[in-house]
Design a protein around this ligand. Structure first.
Ligand SMILES: [Zn+2]
Length: 74
């Protein structure tokens, strides 16, 4: 199975969220990146270096979609 997850924007409160590549430190605006998931969990692929960055699902939002965050230590 291979699915594209569309992050919910309902939790945003006006601030721009960024995801940072842990390999090359490139930064991406949250809604420019398509988070992906496979049997090992959620991740996004860096557009600059193709590094796979782990994401954490902190639980479904009100519509049942996963809310993904990037932990500072991963
Ligand atoms: Zn990168």
């Amino acid at each position: 199975m291979y699915a594209i997850i569309v992050p919910s924007m309902t939790q945003l409160s006006g601030s721009v969220r960024l995801w940072t590549c842990r390999n090359c430190n490139a930064r991406f605006v949250f809604d420019e990146i398509e988070a992906q998931t496979d049997e090992s969990g959620f991740f996004f692929i860096c557009r600059d270096c193709d590094y796979r960055n782990r994401l954490v699902n902190v639980g479904p939002d009100a519509t049942g979609r996963p809310q993904l965050i990037q932990r500072d230590d991963e």
